[in-house]
Design a protein around this ligand. Structure first.
Ligand SMILES: NC(=O)c1ccc[n+]([C@@H]2O[C@H](COP(=O)([O-])OP(=O)(O)OC[C@H]3O[C@@H](n4cnc5c(N)ncnc54)[C@H](OP(=O)(O)O)[C@@H]3O)[C@@H](O)[C@H]2O)c1
Length: 259
């Protein structure tokens, strides 16, 4: 399995490996809240942070990474172009807020922002070394197929909602076929998947938390997961999923919660 800074990873583009677990920071406030969560994640061993211009907390992500003393090249940072931003200037502004010279992954946050029209600008930013890899988020299977057909540089990832509750076998197959890594967001179904009885029963069998079961389900599919938490203990526990495995029958039962 590839590794990034010692973390189990997936290769998303030539020479670019992304850790399978990252901290998502959507809805964390700029300042103390984001800063503390990112520091807690880095202390716990995370080397992957997922932010976005739209989350309005990039500056605190950058501060926390710098203050951690961990070399910049040992933390995988994703940010995203907001729908209202111009693609030519969006990344430069994000880099200013992050206080970084490059990001590891730059995504178009939503096809609503102009769909494939913006892609050539991202290709240019990648060529200029401002983003080690580029991709999209919230693209439908059909939209992704069209983008791949038109692109000079294939999108490295499509970041989409991915948990047993949103699982689609057809979508996984489309990403495989197109050679685009499916990166999952909301692995805990925004916290709402944690109380499902099936998840609870599997967690009890493995003496794990419901969150660990859902995160394990994702990475056992080979899909990177970026759970969010404000809590230092839960942040650490959410990464502690590499020393157990779900049975095939448990994976299938969880798959069955999707559509
Ligand atoms: N590209 C996109 O359009 C998009 C959309 C949505 C999300 N994302 C990304 O994906 C990340 C994760 O998704 P998400 O924020 O929607 O939600 P999520 O990770 O599915 O769930 C987060 C919720 O689960 C709770 N939680 C976390 N760990 C827990 C644990 N061990 N035990 C109990 N509760 C726990 C958190 O509460 P506490 O804070 O209290 O622990 C929070 O309420 C985002 O932060 C963002 O980076 C991207």
């Amino acid at each position: 399995m590839p590794e990034f800074a010692g973390e189990p990873s997936v290769t998303i583009a030539p020479g670019v490996d992304m850790p399978l677990i990252g901290l998502g920071v959507w809805q964390l406030e700029l300042g103390r809240e984001t800063y503390d969560a990112v520091r807690a994640a880095l202390d716990a061993g995370y080397r992957h942070i997922d932010t976005a211009a739209g989350y309005r907390n990039e500056a605190s992500v950058g501060d926390a990474i710098r203050d951690s003393g961990i070399p910049r090249e040992e933390v995988f940072v994703t940010t995203k172009l907001r729908a209202s931003e111009e693609p030519e200037s969006g990344l430069t502004r994000s880099l200013d807020r992050l206080g970084m010279e490059w990001v590891d992954l730059y995504l178009i946050h939503s096809p609503r922002g102009g769909s494939g029209r913006h892609w050539p600008a991202l290709e240019d930013q990648h060529r200029r070394g401002l983003a080690r890899a580029i991709g999209v988020s919230n693209w439908s299977d059909r939209g992704l197929r069209e983008l791949v057909a038109d692109a000079t540089i294939r999108p490295a990832v499509n970041q989409i909602d991915f948990s047993p509750f949103s699982y689609s076998r057809a979508t996984v197959a489309t990403h495989d076929e197109l050679g685009v890594v499916l990166e999952g967001y909301s692995p805990l179904a925004r916290g709402q998947g944690l109380s499902h009885p099936l998840v609870g029963a599997i967690a009890e069998r493995h003496r794990r938390s419901a969150a660990q079961v859902l995160i394990r389900w994702s990475i056992q599919q080979g899909v990177p997961a970026i759970p969010r938490s404000r809590d230092r203990g839960r942040i650490a526990a959410n990464r502690d999923v590499f020393d157990f495995a779900l049975e095939d029958s448990e994976m299938e039962a969880l798959d069955g919660l999707g559509y």
